[in-house]
Design a protein around this ligand. Structure first.
Ligand code: ZN
Ligand code: ZN
Ligand code: ZN
Length: 318
């Protein structure tokens, strides 16, 4: 069982790189599935290895049930065929001290989902981002968590493609970042968001600016993979929405305050509640109600300067 998981992991990665090199659009979809599956299987293999003997690979299974051992104790055993999902894998790995860059794992899983749903006309160039991200996880996991040599395990053809794609990507990404940093974006969160922004057209992480050192209002973004272009306001809004998406999603789920809301002034989804300013139009709105002096809840910020209760009361007074 354990060894077959490992063999499947390595086979998936090798197949994924063969698909990538074939450069046929249908094979590229298959490349994303194989590469991401290979990464997740490597981590599952480690969970299988760490499961105590006689527990039916308890750490790997989604369903876990206790079983009496007949001597007054219990053993937790894995049940069924379903293996853990990514969120549970992360929880178990963190608890066991298995080191994985989970931000990167979540990124490639989300990227694979995006590719399947939104980027049907995939190109080899666009896929370099996912290959480069996968490379880092695969290299580090094989070396540090499994004590294996990636070159020996994957073979030189696969390893050479992985390293060369990642090297070129890394060099280009650094150029893009330097170009983005040559422009004054006024706000740090906006610069961070633009630095991490991936092309909404093809998913590539290589978003560049056409003229370095330009005034931000004149900045033109251009994807190095698909040549799609975006002006400052469109790029800024999309980047900010993507950047704060998971934080805002959690806030809605757990009832906390969102990081960004729709700007009452320009109607873009770029009003940063912590900086208390719109990252695009630079307007700040009154956060304290001018009638009752209470902080205005984020959901009621409409630029009027009053909470919804006071607005309601004043409309009755008229
Ligand atoms: Zn693109
Ligand atoms: Zn605004
Ligand atoms: Zn009020």
């Amino acid at each position: 069982m354990k060894m077959s998981i490992y063999k499947n992991a390595i086979d998936s990665i090798i197949l994924g790189i063969e698909d990538f090199n074939a450069a046929d659009p249908r094979r590229l979809i298959s490349a994303t599935r194989n590469l991401v599956a290979g990464v997740l299987l490597l981590i599952k293999y480690k969970l299988a290895v760490l499961s105590p003997p006689g527990t039916d690979e308890v750490l790997l299974k989604e369903r876990v049930l206790p079983e009496a051992d007949g001597m007054g104790g219990i053993t937790w055993k894995g049940k069924g065929h379903k293996t853990v999902d990514v969120r549970n894998m992360e929880e178990r790995c963190v608890a066991l001290g298995v080191v994985v860059d989970w931000n990167l794992v979540r990124k490639i899983v989300a990227h694979r989902n995006d590719i399947e749903h939104y980027f049907p006309s995939l190109t080899q160039s666009a896929l370099r981002t996912l290959v480069a991200d996968s490379f880092i996880i695969i290299r580090d996991f094989l070396r540090t968590q499994l004590n294996l040599d990636p070159l020996t395990e994957l073979g030189s053809a696969t390893w050479t493609t992985l390293t060369s794609v990642a090297e070129v990507y890394d060099k280009e990404k650094k150029e893009c970042l330097a170009n983005i940093e040559s422009i004054d974006w006024t706000f740090d969160p906006l610069q961070c968001a633009l630095s991490e922004w991936q092309c909404p057209n093809c998913g590539s992480g290589l978003m560049d600016v056409k003229i370095t050192g330009a005034d931000k209002w004149d900045a033109q973004f251009k994807c190095r993979a698909c040549a799609a272009e975006f002006g400052f306001e469109e790029a800024g809004e999309q980047a900010v929405v993507d950047f704060f998406a998971s934080e805002n999603h959690l806030a809605v789920k757990d009832g906390g305050e969102e990081a960004t809301i729709t700007c009452p002034n320009c109607s873009r989804d770029t009003y940063d509640l912590e900086e208390d300013v719109c990252l695009i139009c630079e307007e700040s709105v009154e956060r304290e109600c001018q009638r009752c002096n209470c902080p205005i809840p984020a959901s009621e910020l409409d630029g009027s300067g009053y909470c919804s209760w006071c607005s309601h009361m004043m409309s009755k007074d008229d």
